[in-house]
Design a protein around this ligand. Structure first.
Ligand SMILES: Nc1nc2c(ncn2[C@@H]2O[C@H](COP(=O)(O)OP(=O)(O)OP(=O)(O)O)[C@@H](O)[C@H]2O)c(=O)[nH]1
Ligand SMILES: [Mg+2]
Length: 461
């Protein structure tokens, strides 16, 4: 319901210099005024907009002072939600913040649902849906490049592109519908050709956006990359080297790693979710068995597998089993410990044995080959297709699905035109394409899709 006033903690619950309780809705000022005593007596509701007011939160029942605060007042429509918003900037402690929130609820506000502030911003037209989704992407961005893409989308870059597609379609639809309504004014052949060309160009432009979608998804979610290999080849050493931190335990004892360890590393701006796993081998040790099972599961979910071999031991039966396990995955092979056996396991041999797309030779303990490994990862992920500079990338699966639908309808519209089928059919396809594009920005979107999108948000955003 839009008419009520919501409240939530806008900062994480924990200790911090400042913690913020946020109120939004028609009664926001009234609720805040009911528990706030300004240092210099003034009526919040009559005060100036966008001013900080200094004072105390006081429990209206007991008269106890709860905390010393600053109140930020942002009146509709100049606020995040376009409703009246009050932020209580208190000390960032769990007890005072909970208490202030409770007082807001007792004063007539309702606890906000996840993402409800942003949902209101969308419903009140301050953000479209693609922009609202970008708010979460900004919060969750994992590298500088991921952040840039999210900020671009929040700024409306994707929305403007989609809006221009839709505008073009609406114009074409108007021409076609005019001729359906007035059959005596038949559209000249040249106009038909022109409309067909425009439809094709839009389909092409959608295709171009889709081409970058995989890279976009990776920038947003991170590339799930699993390091596998038999025990003791240096998997954990590799994780630590890429992280530049001694995160995983490394020993000369095979079977050291028992559980899957996950960390995010930034490789050339690409967020990589790196998983170090237990060495794969037959084992009687029950803990190690569980670890090996988890390694298998991690491989099943991986976008990229880094398969590590040991130059010193050469290829053994255990390596063969690892190769079987990663069949069908995108594989990057690493030959490690080349310091101990500089001549063994050349790249061609390893490529043949593993079926990997690239092979890198490293000596992790000597910091050898890591740059080459990082380049190989970046090349594989982006396939040299996407320049990071200024490309507009689709980062969201939902947008991708809508674009695929739109493109299909555009091609169908163009086909019906070319085959000189009744114009009504072309009009139907154009309308479907319009609707699919509209799903991205939220101009055509159902309530349950909205609920699903905003349920992903944190409470207070
Ligand atoms: N000489 C040499 N030793 C290495 C290299 N990389 C790792 N090691 C050593 O190999 C041993 C095993 O390294 P780990 O990183 O624990 O190997 P792992 O693959 O994680 O082993 P498990 O967790 O048991 O599967 C350690 O003693 C490392 O110091 C290398 O490039 N050269
Ligand atoms: Mg290990």
């Amino acid at each position: 319901m839009l008419g009520d006033t919501i409240a939530a903690l806008a900062t994480p619950l924990g200790e911090g210099g400042v913690g913020i309780v946020r109120l939004s809705g028609p009664a926001a000022l009234e609720v805040a005024a009911g528990l706030f005593k300004a240092k210099h007596a003034q009526d919040l509701r009559a005060g100036r907009n966008y001013h900080l007011v200094y004072g105390h939160i006081v429990d209206p029942e007991t008269g106890d002072t709860v905390d010393e605060v600053l109140l930020a007042v942002m009146r509709a429509p100049h606020s995040y939600t376009r409703e009246d918003v009050v932020e209580v900037h208190a000390h960032g402690g769990i007890v005072p913040l909970r208490r202030i929130l409770e007082l807001c609820i007792a004063g007539g506000a309702r606890l906000a649902e996840a993402g409800e502030f942003t949902k209101r911003a969308f419903l009140n037209g301050r953000l479209d849906l693609a922009q609202a989704e970008a708010v979460l992407d900004v919060i969750r961005s994992k590298t500088g490049d991921g952040l840039r893409l999210a900020v671009d989308q929040l700024g409306g870059r994707l929305s403007r592109k989609i809006a221009s597609f839709r505008e073009d379609l609406v114009q074409m639809l108007a021409e076609i519908e005019a001729s359906i309504d007035f059959p005596e004014e038949e559209i000249p052949e040249s106009t038909m050709l022109e409309i067909n060309g425009r439809l094709r160009r839009l389909a092409e432009a959608s295709g171009e956006l889709l081409a970058g979608a995989e890279a976009g998804r990776i920038y947003r979610e991170g590339l799930a990359t699993v390091i596998v290999g038999k025990p003791n080849v240096g998997k954990s050493s590799l994780l630590n080297a890429l992280l530049r931190e001694n995160r995983a335990i490394v020993t000369e004892i095979p079977g050291t790693t028992r559980d899957v360890i996950e960390e995010i590393v930034n490789i050339r701006g690409i967020p990589i979710r790196l998983l170090d796993t237990a060495g794969l081998r037959e084992t009687e040790d029950i803990i190690e068995q569980i670890g090996v099972e988890r390694s298998r599961q991690a491989v099943a979910l991986a976008d990229l597998v880094i398969l590590v071999l040991d130059a010193d031991t050469g290829i053994e039966d255990e390596d063969r089993r690892v190769v079987e396990l990663v069949a069908g995955k995108q594989v990057l092979a690493v030959v490690n410990k080349t310091d101990l056996a500089p001549e063994d396991l050349d790249k061609a041999q390893v490529k043949e044995f593993t079926g990997a797309e690239a092979v890198v030779r490293t000596a992790v303990t000597d910091n050898q080959g890591l740059e080459a490994l990082e380049s190989a990862i970046a090349d594989l992920v982006l396939g040299g297709r996407v320049s990071r500079g200024d490309t507009l990338l689709i980062t969201n699966e939902r947008h991708k699905a809508a674009l695929i639908k739109a493109r299909k309808h555009l091609l169908e519209a163009s086909d019906t035109l070319r085959q000189e089928l009744p114009l009504e059919m072309t009009a139907i396809d154009i309308r479907s394409a319009l609707e699919a594009f509209g799903e991205i920005t939220g101009s055509t979107v159902t309530e349950d899709i909205l609920d699903r999108i905003f349920a992903d948000f944190c409470i207070g955003k």
